[in-house]
Design a protein. Structure first.
Length: 537
């Protein structure tokens, strides 16, 4: 026996402690040549190998196999396979019998084979082959099992896939209340790692909670990033989210899988899930703060329009929903020294702080040029080009500048309008009979391209009850659609709305925009009153 088990290493005393004569293999001295040779091979390899011998498939294995079966050793040595692995017998029993019956070797790759080897039924995966060992008479005496455990690879692989899906799902979230909804749509598909899961955010209740998980007050975790406790629902972990942000109380609640060890790998995975949720929540909070700040800044750059006798005037600014950035769209209405009123709607290229700052500069330059050098809109825009060039305002912008002569008639006014278009979408005139048309002219060059370019004026009389709509391209441009389609939509939206006030027409147009507009919108609607108001001194 000493010679046969000489290479058993730390298992030598366990081999010596087995009463082999009480097993179906019988005394070691009577073992067949095939069994002795197989034992010699198994004990001289560091790869996990076990022999499953005889009709009962008695286990004989090497040191490397001990780590794989953990708590089943040393009881497993010399025992029938069915006694050692009752939880797996329905799977492995038929495979062993097929080999012993001469049907050839088997091959199983990454097979799910739960084992009770550490005091609980543990999720396990293995790749293994059962191969026959033939005796001198040509009959199959036993089976050799060459095995590698792939549990770690399988579990890590699915967890990486989950984290990737979670990141993709949360990448576009823009509202705090959407984070739990979008996250749970992914997390609740991963029952192997998360037996139950909930994402609880203070004040967010518009979702289906996981009633199987216990409640826990949203309180500080005193520096702990994970709390674990036994409950009636099993082992539950709580992980705080956005812990450094005092604007939000949130927690990830996870019912732990009873089939996984609560080791560092499992807990670190939960921390990664919590980190992904925390990043999403913090990103949303930052975007909301930026959006609030950006819109406030943008509106602070837009002046309250002047009151014009005989004119119903309304303005709107609507930021793009997709970006939490300031933009370059603006409107303005101000009185000139000669009594006329200037109307401006413009758009500086870009959606960032630089565009907003440039917009503020150009808006003030238009005011300055128009006020100190009263002239036609075309002349004012030409002067603006010179000022932008001389002051190094290095941006490109479009604009419509219009001037309205004052009206003090006791009845409704016919308003004389002059305007010039610097590469801007054409205004829309809504007639008193409900028809609408684009004031299409050959537009002049954009502002900021060439100093000294020729600019032209256009004239129009607006009758009482008629409205003029001036807007930036965010009102009519849609991603993937030609601009003509947007202009056609605008005409259709305006037609028949002659009875609306300027405010009502603004609200109607903005109300028909997609929920997630691609661009900022500046909008100015001027309606000639059918009954004049007293002139403003």
């Amino acid at each position: 026996m000493a010679d046969l088990f000489a290479d058993a290493g730390s298992l030598r005393e366990h081999y010596a402690g087995v009463d082999w004569s009480a097993t179906s293999l019988g005394p070691v001295e009577g073992w067949s040549t095939a069994l002795r040779n197989a034992v010699g091979v198994a004990l001289n390899t560091r790869f996990p190998v076990t022999l499953l011998w005889g009709p009962e498939f008695v286990l004989v294995y090497n040191e490397a196999y001990v780590e794989m079966i953990a708590g089943k050793h040393p009881h497993a040595l010399g025992r029938p396979t069915r006694e050692v692995f009752p939880e797996a017998w329905e799977v492995i029993g038929p495979l062993l019998h097929s080999v012993r019956n001469g049907e050839g070797a088997t091959w199983q790759e990454n097979i799910h084979l739960p084992l009770r080897r550490s005091g609980f039924l543990e999720e396990c995966y293995f790749t293994f082959s059962y191969s026959p060992v033939v005796g001198e008479d040509g009959a199959v005496e036993g089976v050799v099992d060459i095995t590698t455990e792939t549990t770690a690879q399988m579990v890590i692989g699915r967890r990486l896939q989950l984290l990737t899906r979670l990141g993709d799902e949360l990448g576009s979230v823009e509202r705090v209340e959407d984070v739990p909804l979008r996250a749970l749509a992914v997390l609740r598909d991963s029952v192997a790692d998360l037996a139950a899961v909930d994402v609880r955010v203070a004040g967010v209740v518009d979702r289906e909670p996981d009633g199987t998980l216990p409640r826990m007050p949203l309180v500080p975790f005193d520096g702990e990033d994970l709390l674990i406790d036994s409950t009636e629902q099993g082992i539950v972990a709580w992980l705080p989210l956005a812990a450094e942000d005092d604007r939000l109380d949130a927690v990830l609640v996870v019912g732990l899988s009873p089939y996984l060890p609560r080791d560092n790998d499992y807990l670190d995975f939960l921390r990664l899930v919590a980190a992904a949720l925390t990043q999403a929540l913090e990103r949303v909070l930052i975007r909301e703060a930026e959006r609030t700040w950006s819109e406030a800044l943008q509106r602070s750059l837009l002046a309250r329009p002047a009151t014009i006798a005989g004119v119903d005037l309304a303005v709107r600014y609507q930021p793009a929903a997709e970006v939490a950035q300031v933009g370059g769209d603006w409107y303005d209405a101000f009185r000139l020294p000669d009594g006329t009123t200037a109307l401006v709607v413009g758009d500086v290229a870009g959606h960032d702080q630089h565009a907003a700052a440039s917009m503020g500069q150009i808006r003030n330059l238009v005011r300055g040029v128009a006020y100190t050098r009263p002239d036609s809109p075309a002349v004012v825009l030409a002067g603006l080009d010179h000022a932008m060039n001389g002051l190094d305002v290095n941006v490109v912008a479009t604009a419509v500048l219009a001037q309205i002569e004052p009206c003090d008639a006791p009845e409704g006014c016919r308003l004389s309008l002059r305007w010039s278009n610097a590469g801007h979408p054409p205004p829309v005139l809504l007639s008193a009979d409900g028809s609408a048309r684009l004031l299409e002219t050959e537009p002049d060059l954009l502002l900021g391209l060439t100093v000294g370019t020729e600019r032209r004026d256009h004239a129009l009389v607006i009758e009482p009850g008629e409205s003029l709509v001036i807007y930036t391209d965010g009102l009519v441009e849609r991603r993937g659609e030609p601009i003509d389609a947007g202009l056609e939509w605008l005409l259709g939206a305006v037609q028949g709305q002659q009875g609306l006030t300027a405010d009502e027409l603004c609200d109607r147009l903005l109300g028909e925009l997609p929920a997630r507009a691609d661009d900022d919108v500046a909008l100015l609607v001027m309606r000639a009153e059918e009954t004049a108001v007293a002139p403003v001194p």
